[in-house]
Design a protein around this ligand. Structure first.
Ligand SMILES: [Zn+2]
Length: 315
């Protein structure tokens, strides 16, 4: 069973960039799929394949090339400089902080699957607040960002539950501005998929994170049911890359205090050191692929990047 989880996960890294791959083996009985179907689901990119096929990549859920990464860094620096000139920047040495309005969209199917409880949603909010405050480790950064649940919406739509027509349903249901975190709870072959902040201006209607509903606290996604998938996806939404972005390169994820790693982590292999560059792999970092129980931190460097990206694109 493990190989079924780890192998598609590795493939998904190559194909999908920001998607955190997931085999719904731990899902409810109705969500279970035959092995063959499961494998094929994990070996293709989901809905966004359509937009890519029509020319260009989809606006979210995409792999960033080194060139695109450089372009984002240059554009971000330019925006921050322009904002500083207009007096909008965060003072030197300080970091941005904000209370993020959160809108949760519960996508239920015709049989009522996916109908997470208000208690689970409240627990998920607690996890977001704890993880972004650095509450799981003494070496974790307090990012200064908190999350405030504004509203929960529940829909009955089997297609939406399965994350079909996601660009359409997101545009129809999304709430708030660039600073609002929309979380769509669905049942798909991933743990979660996020949009990046620098894509907001081009396609604001789809901005947010899609999260496998069984990953919420108390859900059935074995090893991934402590609610930290939402933390990982929110990390992307704030502009963080995977800690294994770029592999064993000095630039890797554009964050200096997350040592380079050659590939994503599975489980919690303490001592893993997959690159000859300094430092052990940051397996406890929320932006790796480790088990929820292994995650315990964003780094100070990631907190600074979150602050910059927020100021540039979401403030
Ligand atoms: Zn990810």
């Amino acid at each position: 069973m493990r190989s079924l989880i780890t192998r598609p996960r590795a493939l998904a890294v190559v194909l999908t960039g920001t998607a955190l791959a997931f085999s719904p083996l731990g899902g409810s009985a109705s969500a279970r799929l035959p092995v063959d179907e499961l494998r094929s689901l994990n070996c293709v990119t989901p809905a966004e394949t359509g937009s890519a096929a029509k020319g260009g990549r989809g606006a979210d859920h995409r792999e960033m090339s080194a060139a695109e990464q450089r372009a984002v860094e240059a554009r971000t620096a330019q925006i921050l400089k322009a904002k500083a000139a207009r007096g909008i920047a965060v003072p030197k040495g300080a970091l941005a902080a904000a209370s993020v309005p959160v809108y949760v969209h519960v996508m239920r199917d015709a049989a009522g699957n996916g109908d997470v409880t208000d208690t689970q949603i409240a627990q998920q909010m607690d996890v977001l607040n704890k993880t972004f405050a650095g509450g799981e480790s003494a070496s974790a950064a307090n990012t200064g960002f908190t999350f405030n649940l504004v509203a929960t919406y529940r829909y009955n739509n089997t297609n939406w539950h399965k994350d079909k027509q996601s660009a359409t349903y997101r545009k129809q249901t999304r709430k708030g501005g660039a600073n609002a975190l929309n979380i769509w709870l669905v049942n798909f072959s991933y743990l979660g998929i996020a949009t990046f902040p620098w894509d907001y201006s081009r396609n604001p209607g789809v901005d947010g994170i899609r999260v496998q509903y069984t990953s919420l606290p108390g859900g059935t996604a074995t090893n991934y049911n402590l609610g930290e998938t939402a933390t990982h996806e929110a990390g992307h939404w704030f502009g963080l890359y995977h800690t294994f972005q770029g592999g064993c390169t000095a630039t890797n994820d554009e964050v200096a205090d997350t040592p380079a790693q050659s590939s994503s982590t599975n489980g919690c292999p303490v001592g893993r050191d997959s690159c000859s560059l300094p430092g052990l792999d940051p397996i406890h970092n929320y932006m790796d692929y480790s088990y929820d129980s292994c995650y315990n931190q964003f780094s100070p460097g990631q907190s600074t990047r979150i602050s910059n990206m927020w100021t540039a694109y979401r403030a």
